[in-house]
Write a protein that binds this ligand. Sequence first.
Ligand code: PLP
Length: 389
Amino acid sequence: MKSGRHFLQIPGPTNVPERILRAMSQPTIDHRGPAFATLAREAIDGLQRVFQTTSPVVIYPSSGTGAWEAAFVNTLSPGDTVLMVETGHFATLWRDMAVRLGLQVDFIPGDWRHGVDPAVIGQKLVADRGKTAIKAVAIVHNETSTGVTSNIPAARRAMDESGHPALLLVDVVSSLGAIDYRHDEWRVDVAISSSQKGMMLPPGLGFNAISARAIAASKSARLQRVYWDWQPMIRDNAAGFFPTTPAINLLYGLREAVRMLEEEGLANTFARHTRFGEATRRAVAAWGLELLGARPDERSSALTAVVMPEGHDADAFRKIVLERFDMSLGTGLGKLKGKVFRIGHLGDFNDLMLAGTLGGVEMGLAASGVPFRRGGVTAALDYLAGNPL
Ligand code: PLP
């Protein structure tokens, strides 16, 4: 038994605030009764505002992976081509899912240090002269494995300029509630997200925000779908109900999470995360360590991936941090295993939590014998002090 609070500084699941824990601890109620309908409509309406959309948003009792699958099976048919971009581990897992569902994937290769290049998307779409081969472009907004954020409006512009009608599917699993995401303004067709990151909830809810074009596509899409079918969800949700038993207590939490985000103001929430990202990167620079993200304009406000110096294992360092300081940092995923560690700075998080987190990293670096310069914490604190919210 360790005293004090564990520091859960992985980039999801994130720390669940007391208010949300308390909201979820209410008694489970009849999901066919009037009290539930009120709760469900408030949760769904609130979630629409967080996605910045007036289009339908559906909520599954699933993780983000289920919401990925729902996006594909509702909009596409066997053999359809999807244009995807190798931004990192999650883009690669999503590609693997597309292949297993019987889709053709044109996977634009990447080095896991950059976001989506809109020009390449434009070229691929222009090269599809008949404009019928590529049915969808599927990209990850915030690649949680690398700490790199892609420019979705620029990708949308490239699609518009090509005059290609492909649907735009965007994974906002680790950006929703942390990094500005505007579903309607950016004309995204399906956004995929989940509860356990910027939304500050435990894992267990998967989300799709769905444009009118995506709903139209779902009428003729032929991939097999039963549980993930949008139609019964949208039909029943209209009156505040679900076709199957919903995750009632997580919906209490979701309603509370939306209240918290709206009390802060979404713009302020995003600004808070931007500031944490900058402070963390200043700490990394002062330590003399390397950021995984190659381009300053693509670095994530939700997490920071730090490259371990040659000859040192990131997981050995993480183990020391966990054992000595009771802090969980994110592991390197896929081909980044052992090579990077990730600092989550999203969700229910404030200046002193960041100070503690960076203090734990700095002490962990010293305890692991990793070559670094001291002063990262000071650099971050100076930035925070000089740039109050
Ligand atoms: N997409 C991104 C960007 C993620 O970060 C994750 C999980 O961390 C997923 C998809 C998969 O979500 P889940 O693990 O909730 O199924």
